[in-house]
Ligand binder design. Sequence first.
Ligand SMILES: N[C@@H](CCC(=O)N[C@@H](CS)C(=O)NCC(=O)O)C(=O)O
Length: 215
Amino acid sequence: MSLKLYLHPLSSFCWKALIALYENDTPFTPIIVDLSNESSRAKFKEVWPIGKFPVLRDEANEHTVPESSIIIEYLDVHYPGRTKLVPADPELARQVRFRDRFYDLHLHMSMQKVVGDRLRPESKRDPYGVEQAKALMQTAYGMIERDMGDKTWAMGDAFTMADCAAAPALFYANKVLPFGDAQKNVASYFGRLLERPSFARTVKEAEPHFSLFPA
Ligand SMILES: N[C@@H](CCC(=O)N[C@@H](CS)C(=O)NCC(=O)O)C(=O)O
């Protein structure tokens, strides 16, 4: 099998890449990285010294592809399938990339800040940074609420990379800052994402690891 994905089953950015792979039933070998294990971490850093997953390795083309969005773009070009994750039309592609950036940079990374802070030693915590991150998440929720009033997926009728980005970000965001009455459209969009087979499978496979999540 040509493709390998370095991942951890609980990692939200890995989920984003997994959704894309499952959307098109793209065959790959998962390589589980345990960052708490010195040898597993060292081996992974030989592949990608930055040490963040997911990373895709394509043996056939001899490409190492880090960064979830770049992985999805790579799959879309080199391993296309029934779901076109990035539209061929340049203007629609720009809109997908914008939504992908929006979910990653504003919702996903703010959520990571909140979760990451829980994993720090008490003396190293950053309550002000967490407060700022939660405020940004609220702003993002408001924007998604307005955007998703009359759409099935982030781009409308077609499921794209933007939805791959939205699903894990919303999953974990809802855990740290639960959707309320003001987020009805966000909640129904999230409900549709949970029913999408590619995402349902991703969540199911992560279930045995949920006890590691700092609730
Ligand atoms: N921009 C990267 C972010 C990747 C990322 O933050 N991955 C997290 C897991 S969700 C990670 O590797 N964390 C381990 C660490 O920071 O040591 C992407 O889109 O792939």
